[in-house]
Design a protein around this ligand. Structure first.
Ligand SMILES: CCCCCCCCCCCCCCC/C=C/C(=O)SCCNC(=O)CCNC(=O)[C@H](O)C(C)(C)COP(=O)(O)OP(=O)(O)OC[C@H]1O[C@@H](n2cnc3c(N)ncnc32)[C@H](O)[C@@H]1OP(=O)(O)O
Ligand SMILES: Cc1cc2nc3c(=O)[nH]c(=O)nc-3n(C[C@H](O)[C@H](O)[C@H](O)COP(=O)(O)OP(=O)(O)OC[C@H]3O[C@@H](n4cnc5c(N)ncnc54)[C@H](O)[C@@H]3O)c2cc1C
Length: 670
């Protein structure tokens, strides 16, 4: 749609005058510097001027098939733009993924069917191929001569990868693998782009050679003819059907009937099958084939932050424009943003978007450093990365989904309109809590690491920095509550340590009473999930505080003040959310809690004048927000009426169903 231009809504204009800080300074902080902001804006300009974002009919008014076809059209032209004009016009050789990622949302209200190509297919080639394999597939994939996806999950198994049923049996006579789907539940299910779009995919299958099963491995499989796009003989493939979101992502199913691929199509960077069928196991770590999942989990923390920033921008701008009820008799109706309960719903969204974005950047740097260790042959830092990326993916996607839904509540009835974009944002983020490892499963992975860290610390061994609080706790260091940033973080660490200690005790007690380790663990899993979540909270709180301190060192005083107000709001909010835990594991008193409550409510008042400016500082263009409620000009009612008038349902004054059914019913002739 072409966005109509309106004058700025006067309430929003007034809000912007109240701003106490330089918005551009905060924008630069989140982009990673002035230069990066300018690069990102250049990329956005190119894409927005390309005309690609235009739809004749609003996406939500299209049929599923039309939506898919429209998304394919845009994905193809966008890919071409990325390969050609974007590079030429901007002169930026090394595209920054966050900038491309952000502007991609101007094209797709829903999901690009190419998402998995860039999000998992290419990363798997990079992480799992030998250098010879890389030379064959990477240039083709980057140049979009082949389009791929990632087919791991099956109808019967998603979480438990070791339970996957698809087989890849090596035939030494022909030097081929035979891929087969032995049962109904062995069909690949869910892979994005698989239904209709891709011609290649990474398939995860149980490897058999010389009659022995060596567990799941990755294979490059061509599934469709490159010219006709017909499924190759021996391949059964299609779309899985309508879902809550991801409507244009053609998630698909896939079955193999003794389908043969060359030996070299097993991705052999870590494990190999030699020509005679001899299996060579990975030299360093058994779970290196899971690396793409770790990569995506890391990027999903960024997704949580980005999508939350979109939702809260929409809801805060709307709340500045919307007037409702009265605070005192005979006074004009206030902006709903003036209600403290509305501020309570929204300001935590702004602070959380900051916290997650800075945590995502920190996690990304940790990921890069672990990759560089691994290149040197050192896999020692991998378990901590796995534990961190697992819990951060789980908690950040889950919190973001809840807060996005809260943004919708904050917009009342209008938030329920698809044109607000809040339902789309929610349905996308809701899926991120499940895919790439369900919430509970990932927290249990982190819990394994925490219990091990506890045992190591108990044995007097040094533990990694993110769990060093365990050693302090074991040394008997008592928590004394202080309502400073550091004091609060220490208390959250005391909560995490206390919960891990209880888990360890529960497991040991259960074993003493005769249970084996597996049963003792299983019966403790409710507590283990809770302990891992508590650990994750302490990591986010600490990272957020440290990063704000580091990044605002040379900022103006006013930016320091407002960024720190958000940090304090975040710390106070979580203190108040977790008073039960803090009363149990830290020395917080009722008086301290009263203080924190007052501080929290005062902060809402302090942040209020800057609320609109703070969401403006996410620098999200209207074309990316796609929202009748959240546009920069605040012309909410005009846009709601516009979208109603553009609704294809209103193209004819009388719908044909009147003549077919209603009229006969009215006349008693049906
Ligand atoms: C257009 C512009 C685009 C721009 C591009 C950017 C886009 C960015 C967005 C990207 C979006 C992409 C969309 C994705 C769509 C969705 C895709 C998918 O969902 S793919 C399928 C994902 N599936 C899963 O995540 C399955 C979850 N299950 C598991 O991970 C595992 O089964 C398990 C970890 C739960 C258990 O595995 P298992 O083999 O049974 O291991 P054990 O439990 O026995 O553990 C043994 C040991 O290994 C450790 N371990 C486990 N995993 C890892 C790992 N990944 N790395 C390192 N170590 C690992 C585990 O902790 C144990 O350790 P121990 O020391 O023994 O305790
Ligand atoms: C939108 C979307 C896109 C996707 N894209 C892809 C893709 O491109 N490629 C791909 O391969 N897959 C994809 N998936 C699949 C996704 O990875 C899986 O759905 C996800 O990993 C969860 O697995 P599951 O569906 O088997 O759930 P299940 O494991 O069946 O989980 C169901 C419930 O059981 C619980 N549970 C399971 N095991 C345990 C346990 N051991 N302990 C305690 N509780 C347990 C879970 O916590 C959950 O509450 C996608 C999924 C969605 C929704």
């Amino acid at each position: 749609m072409v966005l109509k231009k309106y004058n700025i809504n006067p309430d929003l204009a007034l809000e912007r005058q109240k701003c106490t800080f330089d918005i551009e300074e905060i924008i630069n902080i989140f982009d990673g510097g002035k230069e990066k902001t300018s690069q990102r804006r250049k990329i956005e300009d190119v894409v927005l001027k390309s005309g690609l974002c235009h739809d004749d009919v609003p996406e939500e008014c299209m049929s599923l098939k039309e939506r898919y076809e429209n998304a394919v059209r845009k994905s193809c032209f966008f890919s071409k733009l990325m390969k050609t004009e974007l590079q030429e016009i901007t002169g930026i050789e090394d595209f920054e993924t966050p900038a491309i990622r952000r502007i991609a949302d101007a094209l797709f209200k829903d999901i690009s069917p190419f998402l998995l190509h860039l999000g998992m297919f290419v990363p798997t080639i990079i992480g799992q191929c030998t250098s010879e394999q890389l030379m064959i597939w990477l240039p083709k994939a980057l140049d979009l001569q082949i389009i791929g996806g990632y087919a791991q999950t099956e109808l019967g198994h998603g979480t438990f990868i070791r339970g996957l049923e698809t087989t890849a049996t090596y035939d030494a006579d022909t030097e081929e693998f035979v891929l087969h789907t032995p049962t109904l539940t062995a069909h690949k299910w869910w892979a994005g782009g698989l239904g209709k779009t891709i011609n290649h995919c990474i398939v995860v299958a149980q490897l058999y050679t010389k009659g022995v099963c060596y567990g799941t491995h990755l294979f490059m499989v061509q599934i469709r003819d490159l010219d006709t796009h017909m499924p190759l003989p021996g391949i059964k493939v299609g779309e899985i059907g309508p879902r809550m979101g991801f409507s244009s992502a053609d998630n698909g199913f896939l079955g193999f009937n003794n389908f043969r691929i060359p030996r070299n199509n097993m991705l052999m960077k870590h494990a190999q099958v030699q020509k005679d069928g001899t299996y060579v196991k990975p030299a360093r770590h058994g779970k290196l084939t899971y690396q793409t999942m770790v990569f995506v989990r890391v990027t999903l923390v960024n997704e949580a932050a980005f999508n939350l920033s979109k939702a809260v921008t929409i809801a805060v701008r709307y709340s500045a424009v919307r007037r409702q009820s009265e605070m005192r008799p005979n006074e004009p109706e206030p902006q709903i943003l003036d209600y403290p309960t509305q501020q309570h719903k929204l300001f935590i969204g702004i602070a959380t978007a900051h916290a997650f974005q800075l945590t995502a950047n920190w996690l990304w740097n940790t990921f890069k450093s672990v990759l560089s260790d691994m290149k040197k042959g050192d896999v020692g830092t991998l378990p901590e990365l796995h534990a961190l990326s697992s819990c951060l993916k789980a908690v950040c996607t889950s919190d973001a989904a809840l807060l996005i839904e809260q943004c919708r509540y904050a917009c009342g009835g209008h938030g329920y309109m698809l044109s607000s974009n809040l339902p789309y944002i929610y349905s996308f983020v809701a899926a991120t809590r499940t895919y790439e490892g369900d919430y509970t499963i990932l927290l249990l992975q982190t819990a394994r690491f925490l219990v091990k860290a506890w045992e190591q610390a108990e044995a007097g061994k040094t533990v990694t920095p993110t769990v060093s609080y365990i050693s302090r706790s074991l040394k008997g260091e008592k928590n004394s509550w202080r309502s400073t940033d550091e004091g609060i973080i220490k208390s959250f660490q005391a909560v995490a340590a206390g919960k891990i200690a209880l888990c360890v005790k529960s497991i040991r007690d259960r074993m003493k009473s005769g249970l084996d380790y597996e049963d003792a663990w299983l019966l403790t899993t409710v507590q283990l999930v809770d302990a891992a979540e508590a650990h994750c909270r302490s990591v986010i709180l600490e990272t957020y505080c440290n990063e704000v301190r580091r990044l605002t060192k040379s900022s103006s005083d006013n930016v320091k003040i407002v960024m720190h107000q958000l940090v304090t709001l975040y710390l106070s909010y979580w203190t108040l959310q977790r008073t039960g835990d803090l009363l149990r594991y830290s020395s917080i008193s009722e008086k301290d809690i009263d203080f924190m409550q007052r501080q929290y409510e005062e902060l809402l008042q302090h942040i209020r004048p800057n609320a609109v400016a703070l969401v403006d500082a996410f620098d999200l263009r209207d074309e990316i927000l796609h929202s009748s409620l959240g546009a920069y000009d605040g012309r909410v009612y005009e846009r709601l009426m516009e979208q109603a008038e553009n609704n294809p349902m209103n193209a004819e004054p009388v719908n044909q169903s009147f003549h077919k059914y209603i009229k006969p019913l009215l006349q008693g002739k049906l």
